[in-house]
Design a protein. Structure first.
Length: 563
């Protein structure tokens, strides 16, 4: 319990200025400064920003050419093919663009490769698909930034290509009609952190704006919010606005499929949170792609009857259940192997593989192992002489940079700073480990592998009042770039004997200077061996609010404690 280091963000003078200017509690202003919001203007925009703060989509390089080409296709009755990806981000980008183009009168179809057959992204051989479908224009969503050969082949066959993506490019950009990607150095766009759904939304915003139909934009934010959270994108800038207003929109849903999905998640009668998007709604959509049946997820959003949508939701639920069991089995096998061989004591980046592992779920397992061992993890599934890899990393280690330096060994690779995918010949896996391990040793410090809790500052129980809680609620939604605030309190007395709930959680009453709160340690049942009535402790905690008998109740969610 004492192996974790508490890292407290130091107080900064900017917090005092922001607290006074915005009339907010100093502890809240300190949180904003910790999130790198250092001016009154930035703090005000973060707390109170609305859809008026969305950037002009035409600031993104290539947007004018993309819109002009799409308008031309619509006016000529030319078929458009939307080429998507099989994860939540890609599926919802596909659905959004299909619906927007259809509303503008376009003839449109879609194609999403199957994870287990085609693998990630646009392949050279996919050029036959638009040709067979008679499409004169392909628009990629959430993929395509490295589709150089595909774009050239398509052009030779008379098919134009527009790329919309948010991943890093390769050495050469595709020679497309337009490449819309905010991470490009010369994109001109003020906010580079958009998910795939965010880039698709900007294209839709531009198209609907030109057609005088932009009043329908809030409708799309519901799907943008799900895709942004599910893709673990940073919740700052435009992403924060998308999720904030998307969550509001999800209180009133007209799409039959989405409504059925929300009800199946048990969310029909309450406000939906960002946690619900990431842990309930997103995984069910994702399960289709992970288990090789992506089309089910797309069809759900085009279902016309409640019966059809409920049947599809039921199938997604079943796939999600299978996914969970498969994932648990792989996790247990991998963790056992790591612990038995002491791999976490020998390597700064863990690399494991098996011919028995399902490549659709190894990314989720890699994420859990990363949390368990606090270091980057790459898992491989072996199939047909190839090793299909998926990796996740801790915040201090940009895993994509390590892959970049091993790129000569891959058949393909890509991803983000903390989440990557790659494919290589199985016979090259040993060479990959030999190349990766010294890189990891050189670049990953021992300190970055120590488990840390980053605390926003002290919070006395006496300060937790209505005004504080009301202002704290303005920080929602929480996620990457805006984590749920963590505080610490010292000289806290344990009142009464701690209780174990459901054999895995611990509940006790915590008192500081006469003020008492219920404290819950989730998955912390083992604390019962060290925590006793009358102990004086320091707590690292976040605040939880719930409704009980019509009244709002505030509790402490304990992240760690020191006796």
């Amino acid at each position: 319990m004492n192996e974790t280091t508490w890292v407290v963000a130091p107080p900064r003078p900017e917090a005092e200025t922001i607290a006074q200017a915005l009339s907010i509690p100093p502890a809240i202003a300190r949180i904003l400064v910790n999130r790198k919001l250092l001016t009154v203007e930035a703090a005000r925009a973060f707390l109170f920003g609305d859809t008026d703060a969305l950037h002009d989509p035409f600031l993104m390089k290539g947007m004018d050419r993309a819109v002009s080409r799409i308008q031309d296709a619509i006016s000529k009755g030319e078929k458009i093919l939307v080429f998507g990806d099989y994860d939540v981000d890609g599926v919802l980008s596909t659905v959004m663009l299909m619906k927007a183009l259809t509303s503008l009168g376009a003839k449109v179809e879609y194609f999403i490769p199957e994870r287990l057959i085609d693998g990630y992204g646009i392949k050279d051989e996919h050029v036959d698909i638009p040709v067979q479908k008679g499409a004169g224009l392909v628009i990629s969503v959430d993929c395509g930034i490295k589709a150089v050969e595909f774009t050239a082949r398509a052009k030779a066959k008379g098919v134009d290509v527009i790329i919309t993506d948010h991943h890093r490019p390769g050495e050469t950009l595709p020679d497309a009609v337009a490449v819309l990607d905010p991470v490009l150095a010369d994109s001109g766009y003020p906010y580079p952190g958009l998910a795939g759904v965010g880039v698709a939304f900007k294209l839709i915003q531009a198209l609907l704006g030109k057609a005088g139909k932009d009043a329908g934009l809030p409708h799309y934010m519901k799907l943008v919010s799900i895709g942004t959270v599910a893709d673990v994108a940073e919740l700052k800038g435009e992403n924060r606005i998308f999720v904030k207003y998307g969550l509001k929109g999800l209180r009133n849903v007209s799409n039959t499929g989405l409504r059925s999905l929300i009800e199946a998640c048990g969310l029909g009668n309450r406000n939906i949170s960002e946690g619900d998007l990431g842990f309930r709604i997103g995984p069910r959509i994702n399960a289709a792609g992970r288990m090789g049946m992506t089309d089910l997820a797309v069809r759900l959003f085009f279902a016309e009857t409640a019966g059809e949508s409920m049947a599809l939701v039921q199938k997604l639920d079943e796939l999600n259940s299978v996914r969970q069991k498969t994932e648990e089995k792989i996790f247990n096998e991998a963790r056992e192997r790591i612990e038995e061989r002491g791999l976490d004591k020998r390597y700064k980046c863990l690399v494991l593989g098996s011919p028995e592992w399902h490549r659709g779920v190894i990314g989720i397992v890699a994420s859990k192992l990363k949390d368990c061992f606090n270091r980057p993890v790459l898992l491989f599934a072996y199939e047909d002489g190839k090793a299909y890899g998926s990796g996740r990393s801790i915040s201090e280690v940009p895993l994509i940079d390590l892959l970049e330096d091993c790129r000569h060994l891959f058949l393909s690779y890509g991803g983000h700073r903390l989440a990557v995918g790659c494919t290589l010949l199985r016979e090259r896996l040993a060479a990959f480990k030999e190349a990766l391990n010294p890189l990891a040793d050189a670049r990953i410090s021992e300190d970055s592998l120590k488990r840390k809790i980053r605390l926003d500052g002290p919070l006395e129980f006496a300060a937790i009042g209505d005004r504080f809680l009301e202002t704290l609620s303005l920080l929602v939604p929480f996620g990457v770039g805006n984590p749920k605030p963590l505080f610490f309190a010292e000289n806290v007395d344990v009142v009464g004997e701690p209780q174990v709930l459901q054999r895995k959680h611990l509940k006790f009453l915590a008192r500081q200077n006469g003020r008492v709160f219920e404290a819950l340690g989730w998955d912390k049942a083992e604390w019962r061996h060290v925590l006793r009535r009358g102990d004086r402790v320091s707590l690292a905690f976040s605040l939880m609010t719930s409704e009980y008998l019509g009244e709002e109740k505030v509790s402490l969610s304990i992240e760690d404690l020191k006796t």
